[in-house]
Design a protein around this ligand. Structure first.
Ligand code: FMN
Length: 206
């Protein structure tokens, strides 16, 4: 039995394509793995706060030196880190915003990339501590990014996600991008069909 962490980040509810695709993945996964435990978090319902100066000071204070106030400041971050570390596999749905990720998912990353918890520094070298898990990102984008498209090379979303999670030691990263969702019905159907067929493939091979 595996533990799955499923997080949606679109500020949109029922109209969100990334949520819908992630749900399709999870429903198909549950059909195949009914005993897996799924933890669900919705960043729309429970927004993640931005880090503050006091939070940063607390995050870089050794655990034994934390004051009760500092520990309190880190409480939600600790909860997010515990949840992330406990998962064998993560399914994150993330829309593209301004060629990168929405600020709520960036805030989530800032809360889980924690020294001593998800990475450590030894002799000037960073070592990720979130090893051995699989992470799948299902993204939704308004336009297309393939070779020859006007926005070829503008995708800062996949690198932003890839490097943050690699930094924490995740080596098994998968991306399913639904492109062209705001380019008319035909392009939207094509983008969704392609993403859905990749979802079906990955459900059987992940
Ligand atoms: C604030 C905002 C910024 C966006 N920026 C981009 C962008 O840079 N590139 C892009 O391809 N689509 C962009 N889009 C379109 C969304 O990625 C697209 O509508 C996607 O389906 C949103 O995900 P959701 O349906 O899960 O909410 C943007 C949408 C919004 C609301």
């Amino acid at each position: 039995m595996a533990s799955i962490l499923h997080i949606d980040s679109s500020p949109r509810g029922d109209r969100s394509k990334s949520r819908k695709l992630a749900k399709e993945f999870i429903v198909a996964w549950q059909d195949l793995h009914p005993d897996d435990a799924i933890a669900y978090r919705d960043l729309r319902q429970t927004p993640v706060p931005h880090v503050t100066e006091d939070w940063i000071a607390a995050a870089f204070t050794p655990p034994k030196a934390l004051t009760p106030e500092m520990a309190e400041l880190l409480k939600f971050s600790d909860e997010l880190v515990d949840e992330f570390l406990a998962a064998d596999r993560c399914v994150f749905s993330v829309p593209m915003y301004n060629f990168s990720i929405p600020s709520n998912f960036k805030a989530y990353i800032d809360q889980v990339v924690r020294v001593g918890r998800t990475f450590t520094e030894e002799d000037g070298q960073v070592k990720g501590l979130a090893n051995g898990k699989k992470v799948l990102f299902i993204t939704s984008r308004g336009v297309e990014y393939g070779a020859g498209s006007p926005y070829e090379g503008w995708d800062c979303q996949e690198p932003a996600l890839r490097y943050a999670f690699q930094f924490m030691g995740v080596t098994d990263l998968q991306f399913i991008h639904a492109n062209g969702l705001d380019m008319g019905d035909e392009a939207q159907k094509r983008g969704l069909d392609e993403a859905q067929s990749k979802i079906q493939e990955l459900v059987n091979s992940w």
